[in-house]
Write a protein that binds this ligand. Structure first.
Ligand code: 2RA
Length: 333
């Protein structure tokens, strides 16, 4: 039967993509509630031919709701989790609040779908960089055990929110119009610049974003001892992340075999044309579902390692699409 669905954080970039995808994918929605802060409450939103008024979130709003898609930040998810589960709804949470909690499945539908069925009312959507990476790791790790992963990310402005996207657009247009960019785009400027991801530094000198990749990848792939290191960087790109990945296996992994596995992998699109030096770019995947993988090659410094490059839309597969696919897993087959 169609579900009563609530979207928490509907006015944000990911919230808007969630609504787009619920419509595009014909998710069986009976009633749709758009829950937001007092600031956004009262405004209306068109969805699937309906005009829906954004309501201020409160405990009673979850009564009768079957599914809550939450993308309003960790503090909001923590604040309403108990009310959501007490109302009998399932929460698919895009924040990092519960991802590492025992008993909360952390799921990429193409990688560990069965984990979703073991939920206790909350399913966590992984960080965007982790989702994109595990789509490439999973088909290879299923063939030969991995020993170590080294990844460097090139993350789009969208990961810093709608404001950063708007400022990068304005900045780029100013430059295109021959002007000189003014002021700060972010706490750190993306004007002809890039910077190490500015999430809080941990005691081990890795930032929070890097440790999300370490911890979340291990949980999703059920490889608690996987050796993993990451360097996360923000770059002047609008809404698709890129990642340079080195994977060391317990034994050599033939490149052609890896390429064949990836070309057949769910959610992956191979963009690989050495003849024209054509490999994935963020613009190949912006607004699209797949993670584009290419430049698969033998690591010349380690016979057991492969290198590859990937790009994926941070708002779509990196957040909203993965969340809607998770919700689809819960639908009666
Ligand atoms: C980032 N992973 O790109 C985060 C998205 N909130 O900064």
């Amino acid at each position: 039967r169609p579900l009563n669905v609530a979207v928490l954080g509907a006015s944000g970039a990911v919230g808007q993509e969630l609504l787009l995808l619920l419509e595009e994918r014909n998710f069986p929605v009976a009633e749709l509630k758009l829950l937001a802060s007092a600031r956004s409450a009262g405004s209306t939103q068109q969805w699937n031919g309906r005009t829906i008024t954004l309501e201020e979130v409160n405990a009673a709003a979850f009564e009768g709701v079957d599914l809550v898609l939450a993308s309003a930040g960790g503090s909001v998810s923590r604040q309403w989790r108990d009310a959501i589960t007490a109302a009998g709804a399932v929460m698919v949470d895009n924040s990092s609040a519960f991802r590492m909690e025992e008993g909360v499945p952390l799921v990429v539908p193409e990688v560990n779908p069965d984990a979703a069925l073991a939920h206790n009312g909350v399913i966590a959507n992984p960080n965007c960089t982790t989702i994109l990476l595990t789509l490439a790791l999973a088909p290879l790790a299923a063939r030969r055990p991995m020993r170590r992963v080294v990844v460097s990310t090139y993350q789009s402005a969208s990961g810093a929110g709608a404001r950063a996207m708007e400022e990068l657009k304005t900045l780029s247009q100013t430059v295109l119009d021959g002007g000189t960019p003014q002021g700060e785009v972010l706490p750190y400027s993306l004007a002809f610049n890039l910077f190490l991801h500015n999430s809080p530094l941990q005691a081990n000198s890795y930032c929070e974003e890097e440790m999300k990749m370490v911890n979340e990848t291990r949980k999703i792939m059920d490889l608690p001892d996987l050796r993993f290191t990451a360097t996360c960087v923000r770059v002047p790109v609008l809404r698709a992340h890129s990642e340079a990945v080195n994977i060391e296996f317990e034994q050599p992994f033939p490149v052609e075999e890896a390429r064949s596995l990836l070309s057949a992998a769910p959610g992956v699109e191979l963009i690989e044309d050495p003849a024209t030096n054509r490999f994935p770019m963020p613009t190949d995947v912006t607004g699209r579902d797949p993670v584009a993988v290419g430049r698969i090659r033998q690591d010349i410094s380690d016979p057991n390692a492969l290198e590859l490059w990937l790009c994926g839309d941070q708002i779509r597969k990196g957040a909203a699409l993965n969340a809607v696919q998770l919700a689809e897993l819960l639908l009666p087959s």
